[in-house]
Design a protein around this ligand. Structure first.
Ligand code: HEC
Length: 150
């Protein structure tokens, strides 16, 4: 078959196809395999357990301040607001005034373990940190991503 049309039309058509591609087929949109579901559920469960029970060598647990598995808001004894963690994961990476830089969710979790729990954070990317990150991301399921951008 002969191709009609000049070169720029074809280039334009290819570009449209390339731009549309990222929206067409994402791995996360495919029906999740049983293995994927099981692994994610395990990570959420492990993260929830750590959240409720692990003190990372410090005093208390995440649950001491972030009540109801992080779903509720609260207040520190000094009156400082404790935010609900529902939706938090969807607004990272975010600017952190204390660090004066953009930080990821796991860096923010590390910060809370160091400063609030007075503990030693698990290394970034370690199974415990991945589990905490997965649990917090699960709490944000369905919330709008990217509210930190104007
Ligand atoms: C002593 C109380 C306390 C403990 C314990 C604590 N946090 Fe926090 N956390 C806070 C407060 C207060 C804030 C919000 C104020 C701030 O930004 O410093 C916060 C903020 C956060 C945020 C950022 C939320 C947002 O919307 O940006 C995350 C994520 C977080 N905590 C996770 C954790 C995890 C995970 C643990 C346990 C490993 C934990 N925190 C333990 C008090 C605590």
């Amino acid at each position: 078959m002969m191709m009609r049309g000049n070169g720029s039309e074809w280039r334009a058509a290819l570009m449209v196809a390339a731009l549309a591609m990222p929206f067409a087929a994402r791995a996360a949109d495919a029906p999740p395999s049983q293995a994927a579901q099981a692994a994610l559920q395990q990570a959420v469960q492990k993260g929830a357990d750590l959240f409720a029970h692990e003190s990372f060598g410090g005093a208390g647990t995440c649950e001491t301040c972030h009540l109801n598995g992080g779903r509720d808001r609260g207040k520190l004894p000094n009156g400082k607001e404790i935010p609900s963690l529902v939706g938090a994961a969807a607004s990272y990476p975010r600017y952190n005034p204390r660090a004066q830089s953009v930080v990821t969710l796991s860096q923010r979790i590390s910060g809370c373990i160091r400063n609030a729990l007075k503990g030693t954070p698990p290394p970034l990317g370690s199974p415990d940190m991945v589990a905490l990150e997965t649990y917090l991301t699960y709490l944000s399921k369905g919330t709008v991503m990217g509210r930190q951008f104007q």
